[in-house]
Design a protein around this ligand. Structure first.
Ligand SMILES: C[S@@+](CC[C@H](N)C(=O)[O-])C[C@H]1O[C@@H](n2cnc3c(N)ncnc32)[C@H](O)[C@@H]1O
Length: 255
């Protein structure tokens, strides 16, 4: 069955070129609606370009902004490039790591943090919706002054299931980073942010995360880092090392 039928539509707001909206609806095989009123239909999620970015909206957000891949650093993250490698994620990736594959790119927030710290990064994402949002976000990133002044290109973005993609790499990366969807946490945390709640509503939990972990261990040259809620069971058994920050844990598995 088509995964998005009855769930997702593309909204065309009028007054701009309709072609990108038609192209998006065709790529995702979902309906294109030409007015917000028409959105009183079965679908609960919508994609639309608003204020220069591709936004994901649920019904409660139709008259508000919507969610996009944020290309500005999160609070506490450095703006400079390369940003200092000093937080828990940097410690988990390790001093000797040069190249990283983020196998679960999602909203790209960890990816962009890894990218800003100067790692060479490739991003994998299997959800066609998230892939479209990421493509738009990385295009906006490429336009930023600091990216152009430093002649930087956005990270490479690859669509597909990482379990298959990792099995067919030409070269093993130093580190594979995993942040699959875990069931909702007991405690309230940054992980319960609206953007991740919507992601879970839309995509469900990543039930195959153990298979993904096994694929990552086979494919990495040196290590796998798994991000999870700090009270979650480690995905791959006892890790070699763990770094905790703000209700999140980074488990490090050495090859
Ligand atoms: C919790 S989100 C990741 C959030 C991300 N770390 C961020 O900072 O925005 C998990 C994402 O991983 C993707 N994902 C899960 N398993 C995957 C797989 N086997 N291959 C590719 N993508 C996968 C899901 O589609 C989802 O978008």
């Amino acid at each position: 069955m088509h995964p998005y039928i009855g769930k997702l539509a593309v909204l065309y707001p009028g007054q701009v070129d309709i072609q990108p909206f038609e192209g998006l609806a065709a790529r995702l095989s979902v309906p294109l609606y030409q007015s917000l009123e028409a959105a009183s239909v079965a679908e609960t999620f919508f994609l639309s370009w608003r204020e220069g970015g591709l936004k994901l909206l649920d019904k409660s957000m139709l008259n508000k902004g919507g969610m996009q891949v944020e290309i500005e650093p999160r609070p506490g993250e450095q703006r400079s490039w390369p940003a200092p490698k000093q937080d828990a994620l940097a410690h988990a990736l390790g001093r000797k790591t040069r190249n990283v594959i983020d196998a679960t790119t999602g909203w790209g927030q960890d990816s962009l943090h890894i990218f800003r710290m100067g790692y060479q990064l490739r991003c994998l994402e299997r959800s066609p919706i998230m892939f479209e949002l990421l493509t738009d976000g990385f295009q906006r990133l490429a336009q930023l002054d600091w990216m152009q002044n430093l002649s930087l290109s956005p990270p490479e973005l690859v669509a597909g299931n990482a379990i298959e993609l990792l099995a067919n790499l030409e070269e093993a990366p130093d580190c594979i980073y995993l942040d699959p969807m875990f069931p909702p946490k007991r405690k309230k945390s940054a992980l319960a942010k609206k953007s991740l709640t919507v992601l879970r509503d839309l995509l469900g939990d990543d039930e195959d995360k153990t298979l993904l972990f096994d694929a990552a261990m086979l494919a990495t040259a040196k290590k796998v880092v798994v991000k999870c809620p700090d009270d979650a069971e480690p995905l791959g058994g006892k890790p070699s090392d763990s770094f905790t920050s703000k209700l999140v844990r980074y488990d490090v598995y050495l090859k």
